[in-house]
Design a protein around this ligand. Sequence first.
Ligand SMILES: [Zn+2]
Length: 158
Amino acid sequence: MKIYNFEEDLDRPSPSLDEQYMQEALKLAKRAFEEDEIPIGAIVVSNGKIIGKGYNMTERLNDVTAHAEMQAFTAAANFLGGKYLKDCTLYVTVEPCVMCAGASYWTQVSKIVYGARDDKRGYSTVAEKIIHPKTIVQSGVLERECAELMMSFFRNKR
Ligand SMILES: [Zn+2]
């Protein structure tokens, strides 16, 4: 039997749907961290279902294009049996780079939700227009958790 703890609820507001999905992307980012990859995770959600997952695998695959978003896009397209990801949302722990934002353009993904900004390699540092005009972008979901994972990774490296 589960005893409901009301006090806990008062302390912590229940996470939004976006936060719940970002937690899933964060789990993948942590897996990347454990594998000594830059800790970025991504999922694609369609109709409340996760249809694609990915995390950074550039070291493992020896492939500079093996970013989390690319893995998630490919998995989602395989699941759907079509390359377009209309009515889908990409959740990614860090702002997409120019390459991944460009790939998202070709997928025509409906929405992109990201956690931490990337002031060095984020697409918005170059041009907002890389994103498809119909794609809605939301940033800052679980920003602190996503950024902290990146910072602790690079702290260990230096
Ligand atoms: Zn990328």
